[in-house]
Write a protein that binds this ligand. Structure first.
Ligand SMILES: *Cc1c(COP(=O)(O)O)cnc(C)c1O
Length: 345
């Protein structure tokens, strides 16, 4: 099976397994784990923040950020297709007691003026804005990149209104590689950031959140409250170190694969690419085949390709470390076959 459902399916590399085996460990709740400390220092450095903290997942990292930044009854401004709004089980309401204020972006990027217009709280009828959340790359918009320049405009609005900005940077590394710029070019314009180690970077488990020392001290406590204080977690930090030091630059290969696949899709009359590909996500619109995305995904599966039915007529294909050029060529062959034989002209 060629698994294009997500970059979360990547399995850890042999080098990661080796480093897990060799990792020096201690009780990280007592902050005795040297490998975890090393990962957190490295991540803070790469993200240009005072401190960083390992968390069990991207969702946990985002939710800890919301919990630290906001208080009960506040509102967070975010993009209407964002992961925090759509795919975190309503956690912002369930845990932090805040309500989302979604606004529509353009290819996943929100406009600074729209954000400024959405800031509320001066009137007694209104919830008070507590946080602005960005997502880069934007998953639902097809792995699209928001430039540091756009982020800067938003950051300036936030500063004017004394609001923190959190970046859901689950795939920030993809954005950095796509623009050939360091991650700090992006993170200089946010208060806090979350990045995933277990997506395209191939680590088995975990995310990082980063921000000021004061933020991380509060985040550490929320992590403990949520049951995310881990003990000999150096075994998870060791592959995380490999992820950050050896697996970032190669994301370019995934981007090339996605772009090539999009070109093949583009050449087929019944299929369309919903968003121009910028990183490792291809959103394929199957509406002109007369099939739903679920039906199309079933056909793909019968032909050895796994994909995600993302919206009623959109199939998501994600390239990653465990997908080779040959796999991508085979996927294109399968698409051509489906379109010409099974679906008709
Ligand atoms: C994957 C992802 C997350 C976090 O997912 P987890 O499965 O909880 O690690 C957060 N935001 C975005 C944009 C993502 O793609």
């Amino acid at each position: 099976m060629i698994d294009l459902r997500s970059d979360t399916v990547t399995k850890l590399t042999d080098r990661m397994r080796q480093k897990m085996y060799e990792a020096e460990v201690g009780d990280d709740v007592y902050r005795d784990d040297p490998t975890m400390r090393k990962l957190e220092e490295l991540a803070a450095d790469m993200l240009g923040k005072e401190e960083a903290l390992f968390v069990t997942s991207g969702t946990q990292g985002n939710q800890i950020a919301v919990l630290v930044h906001c208080s009960l009854g506040q509102e967070i401004i975010l993009e209407e297709g964002s992961h925090i709004f759509r795919y975190e089980g309503g956690a912002t309401s369930a845990f932090a007691g805040i309500q989302p204020f979604p606004i529509k972006g353009e290819r996943g990027s929100m406009n600074a003026l729209d954000i400024e217009a959405a800031i509320r709280g001066s009137d007694i009828h209104e919830a008070e804005t507590g946080l602005i959340c960005l997502e880069n790359t934007h998953n639902r918009a097809g792995g699209t990149v928001t430039t540091p320049e756009s982020m800067k405009e938003i950051y300036e609005v936030a500063k004017r209104h004394h609001l923190p900005v959190h970046l859901d940077g689950a795939r920030l590394m993809n954005a950095a590689v796509a623009l050939k710029r360091p991650m700090t070019d992006f993170t200089q314009y946010v208060t806090t950031v979350q990045i995933c180690l277990s997506k395209g970077l191939g680590a088995p488990v975990g995310s990082i959140i980063a921000g000021s020392s004061e933020f991380i001290a509060k985040a550490r406590k929320w992590r403990k409250r949520l049951g995310g204080g881990l003990r000999q977690s150096g075994v998870l930090a060791a592959p995380g170190i490999i992820a950050l030091t050896e697996m970032v630059d190669r994301l370019d290969e995934d981007h090339q694969h996605a772009k090539w696949l999009a070109e093949q899709i583009h050449a087929l009359p019944q299929l369309r690419v919903a968003f121009e590909v910028e990183t490792n996500i291809v959103m394929m619109d199957v509406s002109e085949t007369g099939l739903t995305s679920k039906q199309f995904v079933e056909l793909l599966k019968e032909n050895g390709v796994l994909a995600n039915p993302f919206a009623p007529t959109i199939v998501r294909l994600v390239t990653h470390y465990d997908v080779s050029r040959v796999d991508i060529e085979q996927t294109a062959d399968v698409l051509r076959l489906l379109v010409s034989e099974k679906i008709g002209k």
